[in-house]
Design a binder for this molecule. Structure first.
Ligand SMILES: [Zn+2]
Length: 323
C-alpha cells in the first residue's frame, strides 16, 4: 500500500518565494568529484586516498543502524534508496556518461529486493546526478522532482534524462510500506531545484552537492547562489537529523556527514565570501583578484587546488560585479 500525499504544502514564506523566482542556467558537478574522475592520472593519484583508488566502480552499502536505507555508489557519485515491503524509493540514477548506469543501479536494488521500484526522486537538475532514469521509468517508477528541475529539463531536453512525472513545489511527504520520506525545497543553493530529502524516523538527510562532506566545492560554483546558499545551509541545520548522505562520497573514507560538516561548509563559504568582498570592493575583480584569492586554513582540504579558481570566480562575480 502506498500513499503519496501531494498538496500538503508548507509555505516557506515570502523570502523563499522570492528566492524561488531567481534563475540561472548551467549544468555541472562539484570539482571534488568530477576532477577525481577526469583529472590526468598523476593528479588523480595525488587527489585520491588509497582506499578510494581501490574501491569498485559500483557499490551498494546499507547505512549503519538502519533496516532499509542504502547508498548506491557509481564511481564518485552516489544516491540513497529505501527498501520497504511495498516497494522501493530510489533517488538519482547517477548515470551521466554511463549508458548502463541506470540498469546497473536497478540490478543492485534487485540483489536486495524484488519489490517494485515505486519512485525515482531527482535531487536537483544536474545531469551528472539524474541522467539514466529511463531504466527506472521502464521498471514502472514514478519520477518526482522539484518544479524548477522540470522547467529546466523541459527546456534542454537531454536525451538521457526523462522528465519528471510529478513535481514538488515547497514540501511533500511520501509514505510507503511504513516509511516516511519528506521532500523539502528550502530555496536556491547549489542549484535552484534542490530537494532536501529527510527520513524523520532515521534522522537521515540526503542533500546533493550543496554540502560537500569534508571537501572544497569547485565546478559546482558555476550556477551556485552564493548569498542564498548560506541561508539554505542554516535552514538545513534547523531540521532534525543526525547524518547526511552526500551526493559524492565524504572525505575521508567515504563517510557520511554530520551537522558539524554542514556548519564547517557554511564557515568555508562565509570565508570565501569575505575574501571575495575584500577583493571585489577594492576594485580587484576579475583581475588580479581571481589570482590573489585565497582561503586561508583550507589548503589541506581535498579539492582545494582544483576548486579555488571556481570559488574565486563566483565570489569575484558577486562582490566585483553584483552578479
Ligand atoms: Zn549539482
Amino acid at each position: 500500500m502506498s500513499v503519496i500525499r501531494f498538496g500538503a504544502v508548507i509555505r516557506l514564506g515570502a523570502i523563499a518565494a522570492a528566492l524561488l523566482a531567481m534563475t540561472y542556467a548551467a549544468v555541472h558537478a562539484p570539482a571534488t568529484a568530477q576532477d577525481a574522475e577526469k583529472a590526468p592520472a598523476q593528479e588523480k593519484a595525488k587527489q585520491q586516498p588509497k582506499e578510494q583508488a581501490k574501491r569498485p566502480q559500483i557499490q551498494t552499502t546499507k547505512v549503519d543502524g538502519t533496516d532499509n536505507v542504502y547508498v548506491f555508489r557509481n564511481g564518485n557519485h552516489q544516491a540513497m534508496f529505501v527498501v520497504t515491503k511495498d516497494g522501493v524509493i530510489a533517488t538519482d540514477p547517477v548515470a551521466y556518461g554511463r549508458p548502463t548506469g541506470g540498469q546497473d543501479y536497478i540490478n543492485e536494488i534487485r540483489k536486495i529486493t524484488q519489490a517494485p521500484i515505486r519512485y525515482l526522486i531527482y535531487s536537483h537538475h544536474h545531469f551528472d546526478h539524474i541522467a539514466g532514469g529511463k531504466a527506472f521509468k521502464d521498471a514502472g517508477a514514478t519520477i518526482i522532482a522539484h518544479r524548477n528541475a522540470q522547467k529546466r529539463l523541459a527546456a534542454i531536453k537531454d536525451p538521457h534524462t526523462p522528465l519528471p512525472d510529478r513535481v514538488v513545489a515547497n514540501q511533500e511527504t511520501i509514505r510507503l510500506g511504513g516509511i516516511t520520506l519528506e521532500l523539502r525545497y528550502l530555496g536556491p543553493n547549489h542549484s535552484d531545484s534542490t530537494l532536501v530529502m529527510r527520513l524523520p524516523r532515521e534522522k537521515i538527510i540526503f542533500v546533493v552537492d550543496t554540502i560537500p562532506v569534508g571537501s572544497v566545492p569547485g565546478r559546482g560554483m558555476i550556477d551556485f547562489y552564493p548569498v542564498e546558499t548560506e541561508a539554505f545551509i542554516k535552514r538545513v541545520l534547523t531540521l532534525d537529523w543526525d547524518r547526511l548522505i552526500p551526493g559524492h562520497p565524504g572525505a575521508p573514507n567515504d563517510r557520511l556527514g554530520t551537522k558539524k560538516d554542514a556548519e564547517e561548509q557554511l564557515k568555508l563559504l562565509q570565508a570565501a565570501s569575505a575574501e571575495g568582498k575584500r577583493l571585489g570592493q577594492a576594485g580587484r575583480c576579475w583581475e588580479p583578484g581571481e589570482k590573489e584569492f585565497k582561503l586561508e586554513g583550507y589548503e589541506s582540504w581535498p579539492g582545494y587546488a582544483s576548486g579555488l579558481p571556481f570559488i574565486a570566480r563566483r565570489y569575484c562575480g558577486l562582490w566585483g560585479r553584483g552578479t
